[in-house]
Design a binder for this molecule. Sequence first.
Ligand code: NDP
Ligand code: GUA
Length: 478
Amino acid sequence: MADRMAIQDKAYIGGRWVAGNQGCFEVDDPACGEVVARVANVDLDQVEQAIDAASEAFESWRMQPAQARCDRVMAWQRLLLAQQSRLAELITLESGKPMSESMAEVAYGASYLKWFAEQGVRAYGQTLPALAGGRRPMTIKQPVGVVAIITPWNFPLAMIARKVAPALAAGCCVVIKPAAETPLTALALVALAEQAGFPAGCINVVPSTDAAGIGQRLCASTKVRKLSFTGSTAVGRILMAQSAAQVQKVSLELGGNAPFIVFDDADLDSAVAGLMAAKFRNSGQTCVAANRVLVQQGVYEAFVDKVRTKVLALKVGPGAIEGNDIGPLITLEAHRRVSQLVERAVAAGATVSAVGTALPGRFYPPTLLESIRPCNPIWQQEIFGPVLAVSRFDTEEEAVELANSTESGLASYLYSDNVRRVMRVAESLEFGMVGINEGIISAAVAPFGGVKSSGLGREGGQEGLDDYLETKYLCFGH
Ligand SMILES: NC(=O)C1=CN([C@@H]2O[C@H](COP(=O)(O)OP(=O)(O)OC[C@H]3O[C@@H](n4cnc5c(N)ncnc54)[C@H](OP(=O)(O)O)[C@@H]3O)[C@@H](O)[C@H]2O)C=CC1
Ligand SMILES: O=C(O)CCCC(=O)O
């Protein structure tokens, strides 16, 4: 794995690999805490250079035929898949997730490249009916310009792919600030983009430990026309406020607090399988993770018994060792945060119904909590760890009310075999996405995103391309 392509530790600005003006920062392996790389730490001058490079490259990139841009994205996709194992090893190395999930993440990221390479050639405008006086209106689609991209550590490859692919296909150029915990995957991904032949300046990566400073600089720039961010709601709010200065377009994919509702008429085995997938992917560190499990009274005991058995069977250990289901949390701080949240949940009346294997370091044992009341702190915030919080309900109305009683509105899940109920509940849920008898909902063809404080915009689907395009109205006189 340790070849030059995979372990790239320089920043990438204007088509050149450069050292950081602020020296280096360390990246560690969450499974053991060992430092695995020292990565270029850029300063704000270098961020400015990256913006300038993107701005310059944009002038010619936007003029290329859409098919040429999309061919380039497809070439990148092929390289990605050819390097799937090495990229997956890198993802596991710096994020800790099991290798099977890292392999799936590379395929998932590649699916966004393919999808947007195909969609990019269909950025159609419209011809509209004639107006009074014989005027002819039409619309054209144009790229928004330079896009700043800020991504989290939990999907170090896929979150970049699903922003960068539509941006490039639309004709935009990008400056990427990857999470400080996981810059290696971002740099390896961009090394492949370089190999795919993107012109210098189209893609720039600025690893740094000064996220706040970079965020401010990107938002203050008149050359940056859009900001696309995935991460915490707190940081999303800061960026949205900052982007007001230049009235930049913003796409925000923020925290969730997903309800997972199991009705009496659900197929219980299917619901258990869906819950395990929706909860424990990446050790619970996903924004679409089932956060509040609501089970109807009649099936509660049977459902929870099945879940308990599954939770206790989860294998905890380093992601690099085949067969492990639950890797470490990203940092010791994340481990502390989850531990404290569970302690507060128990103090507020939760009962601990199962605890899986406990290992030292950043590994948090898969945990099942019951007797959760709506006021319990674990019900009100994103757990971001392998902890299931389960509660019971009586009626459909009660389930919907409980599910909607959050400021978050990203993913939600419901299990029922009653088609009328499914439609009623799916329409009532105040969330951007509803998994119906399904725990894994993400796909490149589908619009991923949230309502309420979970964010703005959609990634994937046709909407994911639209977010990087402006619609220009042309009015032809007689
Ligand atoms: N919606 C989602 O998918 C995610 C949600 N979260 C939630 O957020 C919690 C905290 O995770 P965390 O990693 O700290 O998430 P953050 O929102 O802090 O980090 C996400 C990205 O934003 C950057 N960032 C941090 N502060 C700023 C800032 N002021 N201006 C611009 N960019 C900034 C980070 O850089 P750097 O890494 O250098 O700090 C990283 O690249 C999690 O426990 C979880 O609840 C986290 C990750 C993903
Ligand atoms: O947790 C996230 O930040 C995104 C969820 C990954 C996905 O399912 O696309």
